[in-house]
Design a protein around this ligand. Sequence first.
Ligand code: SF4
Ligand code: SF4
Length: 98
Amino acid sequence: MSVQALKKIKITEALNTNIWDVDSRPHITVDYEKCRKLCDKKICTLLCPAGCYTLSDDGILFSYEGCLECGTCRIVCPHEAVKWDYPLSGRGVQYRFG
Ligand code: SF4
Ligand code: SF4
């Protein structure tokens, strides 16, 4: 297929084509105690592409359901507060465009 034949789409459109079979068991757990006591920058809230981490009054809130399984949060967390694994038995995100 030539490059000209490929249809250009925005990243948000591509992400909207993904589907999730959400695992009932969270595949990521966060040590909120470390977040609250040790972490001043809370970089996960800036770098998670799915917006799973949000700031709260005394720390962060985390929601695993829309996770894209990129592993960024585990790598960037300076306090090893993120325990990250794959969802069980093929659950989680399914990409439609690679
Ligand atoms: S970067 Fe790590 S320690 Fe800091 S708020 Fe995020 S998960 Fe918690
Ligand atoms: S693995 Fe990626 S998408 Fe999932 S919570 Fe971490 S940074 Fe966000």
